[in-house]
Design a protein around this ligand. Structure first.
Ligand code: TEU
Length: 586
């Protein structure tokens, strides 16, 4: 693991004044983010210090030692910028201000300093496919004021008929009619999130200035929200109306996306003297697209979030969650693991603020919650790519229960329920409750469970979204106490990854591709090998060890259950058994 040091007062930026608190990597040529484990914080639900029921930045500062204890190397902070909160901060009205509910720039500066003091980096969320409709640019644009008149996608025409048939990700048309400008504007998400017109060079310049403003404050990277949606097909033609999100072929990985990416990286990241991490959130991306974004001759992103594995078993819509199919899941991972091994880099995640809780989606959040949560952690920490841990994942936090629509907070979930009732697909909330409790984003956004105290120790006020019922059993305080907890297991996993380059850089080889419950793979780096064996099911199973798995010299490095350390001719696996073997020399 590269050694980090804190540089104060050393000129780091080629542009202007040096940021005061910058972390640099001792130069062994390795980008720090390849060896890092990243922890995602959803600030609204992390820790509240002023009893308004909403998490805040001082609340994160209070928990920096917790992050240090877990052992993570970087924090990705979901948006804390000024925002009307139509989409919990993914609708930004001022990119250079902190929303009052979270604190102010001084609090933010303290957070950066506290993280850097512990050698933890800070990745900020960059949301530039769209702004809020309350952003100054949009307010002026809707008045037709130059130079902002062309900052968004405006189309004149019949107020009854949208300019094309594109869908919004949040349901309904991607267009809304604005009475002030007497024109339609495009919004791929909520109507309060108008899409920026990236074809306008002035928009791009303003975005780059803003990125540089943050880089100058000493941050370590950006997570780039839906960044592969920024280029739309010229003329905004109708999309294929059959299946999936209508219009996607005209706005996902669009015609000028590479040009915009290279320009953006060239004018921001490349002008900074330190190693900056970028992770593009890229729905609908293939391995081939990804290679062009992150590969050596690519646009310069460090890595992307791809979504293929998150939708295994889903029907046409995300609300139509089907049966999980491990064989298909393995094929997807094999493709990404090998596809970006020689050229590029992966991100590895099973949860974030938009997905259900991973132990509920991919594991068994009942009888085998402990074992399956540990198995999922074993998986994400032993693959090629940078692992991401979403807050609460390290405790095995589960999906929630929502009694009625009044308990939901997410605009997407509320729209879905209302539309289902309106369209006659459901009579009332109860008809769609299963779908909500299986996939709604609110499942991941319930308050972090710190203790068995009232409101899970998250707030002294009324939480903005209700705390999950099981908090008395699942919380940081109890996880910390028990040696066998999921939290302690995550700490060991993170250490193991830090200590073994084979887990970071090793080539990936899949075993038993057709086995319906065993996911096993080898990582190889020179003489060093790691063998990872996971029983992804509620049933015990025994598998013969085929010749293509070299088992000589293998020693058990970590396991989520009691197993003998040697490798015999067979693996006898308990439900949700997870083991990592390493060659002795390591
Ligand atoms: O998400 C974009 C995205 O493609 C999804 O994960 C999307 O939220 C999901 O498919 C809807 O079911 C990003 C942010 O992560 C999300 O929180 C925002 O709502 C969205 O962009 C708009 O900014």
């Amino acid at each position: 693991m590269a050694v980090l040091r804190c540089l104060t007062g050393t000129p780091m930026s080629q542009r202007h004044s040096p940021p005061s608190n910058v972390l640099a990597t001792e130069t062994d040529g390795t980008p720090w983010w390849k060896e890092a484990v990243v922890y995602q914080i959803y600030p609204k639900s992390f820790n509240d210090t002023d009893a308004d029921g909403i998490g805040d930045i001082p609340g994160i500062v209070e928990k920096v030692d917790y992050l240090d204890e877990l052992g993570v190397d970087a924090v990705w902070l979901s948006p804390v910028y000024q925002s009307p909160q139509a989409d919990n901060g993914y609708d930004i009205s001022d990119y250079r201000a902190i929303d009052d509910q979270y604190g102010d720039l001084e609090d933010w500066g303290q957070l950066l300093a506290e993280l850097h003091d512990r050698d933890i980096r800070l990745i900020m969320d960059l949301v530039v496919n769209h702004t809020s409709d309350e952003h100054e640019w949009f307010k002026r644009s809707r008045r037709g004021e130059e130079p902002y008149d062309d900052y968004y996608y405006w189309r004149e025409g019949d107020p009854e008929t949208p300019p094309n048939n594109w869908d919004s990700f949040f349901g309904g048309s991607a267009w809304s009619y604005d009475d002030e400008r007497e024109a339609w504007y495009l919004h791929l998400f909520d109507e309060k999130q108008p899409d920026l017109n990236w074809r306008n060079p002035a928009v791009r310049e303003d975005v780059y200035d803003m990125m540089n403003w943050w880089l100058d404050r000493g941050i370590d990277g950006f997570r780039m929200d839906v960044i592969n949606l920024i280029s739309k097909t010229e003329g905004l033609p109708d999309g294929d109306p059959h299946g999936g999100l209508v219009g996607a072929e005209h706005f996902m990985n669009g015609p000028r996306v590479h040009e915009y990416f290279s320009e953006m990286i060239g004018q921001t990241i490349d002008t900074v003297d330190r190693e900056i991490m970028t992770v593009g959130e890229t729905p609908g991306v293939s391995v081939e697209d990804a290679r062009e974004y992150v590969g050596e001759d690519g646009d310069g992103l460090s890595m992307v979030f791809q979504f293929e594995h998150m939708g295994v078993g889903d029907g046409d819509s995300k609300w139509d969650a089907g049966e999980f199919d491990l064989v298909e899941f393995k094929q997807i991972f094999e493709r990404w693991q090998t596809g970006l091994a020689a050229d590029g880099w992966n991100s590895v995640y099973l949860s974030n603020h938009d997905q259900p809780r991973s132990v509920s989606q991919f594991g068994n959040d009942g009888e085998y919650r402990q074992e399956s949560a540990k198995l999922l952690g074993t998986f994400t920490h032993t693959l090629h790519g940078t692992p991401f841990v979403y807050q609460g994942e390290e405790l095995g936090m589960t999906n929630a229960s929502f009694e009625s629509i009044d308990e939901l907070r997410d605009v997407e979930a509320i729209n879905f329920v209302e539309e289902a009732i309106q369209d006659g697909d459901a009579e009332d909330y109860d008809d769609v409750r299963d779908a909500i409790e299986a996939v709604a984003r609110d499942n991941a956004r319930t308050p972090m469970q710190w203790s068995a105290d009232a409101n899970a120790g998250f707030t002294d006020g009324e939480p903005w979204l209700k705390v999950t019922d099981n908090y008395a059993d699942i919380n940081v305080a109890s996880e910390r106490e028990s040696r066998d907890s999921i939290f302690q297991y995550y700490r060991r996993l993170i250490d193991l990854r830090h200590d073994n380059d084979v887990l970071i850089y090793g080539d990936f080889e899949l075993h038993y591709p057709d086995h319906e419950s065993v996911f096993a793979y080898t990582r190889t780096l020179g003489e060093d090998r790691a063998l990872i064996v996971l029983n992804w099911s509620d049933e015990p199973t025994t598998v013969d060890i085929p010749d293509d798995i070299p088992t000589d010299d293998l020693e058990l490095a970590i396991a989520n259950q009691d197993v003998s350390t040697g490798v015999n001719a067979q693996f006898e696996l308990q439900p949700w058994d997870a083991r990592v073997y390493l060659t002795e020399s390591q």
